[in-house]
Design a protein around this ligand. Sequence first.
Ligand code: MTE
Ligand code: MO
Length: 305
Amino acid sequence: MLIRHPEDIAPSEITPLRTYLNRRQFMLAGAAGLLMASDAFAALSFKKGISALAANDKPNSLNDITHYNNYYEFGSDKADPAQYAGVLKTRPWNVVVDGAVEKPRAFDIDTLLRMPLEERIYRHRCVEGWSMVIPWVGFPLAALLKQMKPTSKARYVAFETLSRPSEMPGMAEGLLAWPYREGLRIDEAMHPLTLLAVGLYGNVLPNQNGAPIRLVVPWKYGFKSIKSIVRIHLTDTPPQTSWNLAAPNEYGFYSNVNPGVDHPRWSQATERRIGEFLRRPTLMFNGYGGQVASLYQGMDLRKNF
Ligand SMILES: Nc1nc2c(c(=O)[nH]1)N[C@H]1C(S)=C(S)[C@@H](COP(=O)(O)O)O[C@H]1N2
Ligand SMILES: [Mo]
């Protein structure tokens, strides 16, 4: 396994500042036609960050990553987000960070886009049994939270997605308790692998992947990685999460990738990498155990699933 550390990053790997494209709508060519990405500048400036990938982990194509999605606000079919998320208006956009912090604040998304950005190529494992490798661009959640000065009461972090039924046709289906909600323990939130992603393949996030800003927690099942975030709330009590509310015996608060603990309705031992034919074995903590296993020392991971 190749593990890259920030110290290993050569200056030659820092992407030159790319042209600031126009602020009008940006078009990305997708195989199934033209796909509208967010309105803001398209290309992001970033350096290479930590990634821990095996030699056989090649990034999936942009087409796979943008046409096989879960984003229930736009429907439950894998093709729905690519078809319907284009209408979502991602400007103006504010992210409120509040709760157990000394300095609560609302951030305009264009302020967050000026955080120092890194490319992080992460494995993504959906609880349904498929996986991908995705080159995100973003910044550590910790870099944002530290600015707010969390108090001693900040034991958990709760996240909320935008709720805008007029642009989100899937919300009428009532499959989940909206807004989509997720949560992390504070040490998970502060872990250097935990990313707020604003881009994909070097450009701003396409709407179906959670524009303009989404969480990525690579050692947990994909549903923890909440999209299109509008609120980050620090709290002393465990946050409610949409999937746990929907099916508490199937989707726990932790939801760490674990091939040894099956979902009640299917095995989690193997996964289908999108684009591949044969299934692969699923790795404990999705292969990030070296970095995160210590967070769960002494915990029964069968109980705390
Ligand atoms: N708001 C919101 N966030 C969400 C979801 C969702 O339905 N709504 N689906 C989750 C699930 S189940 C997965 S697997 C990932 C998929 O992210 P991707 O489409 O960018 O691969 O997003 C997660 N974040
Ligand atoms: Mo998922």
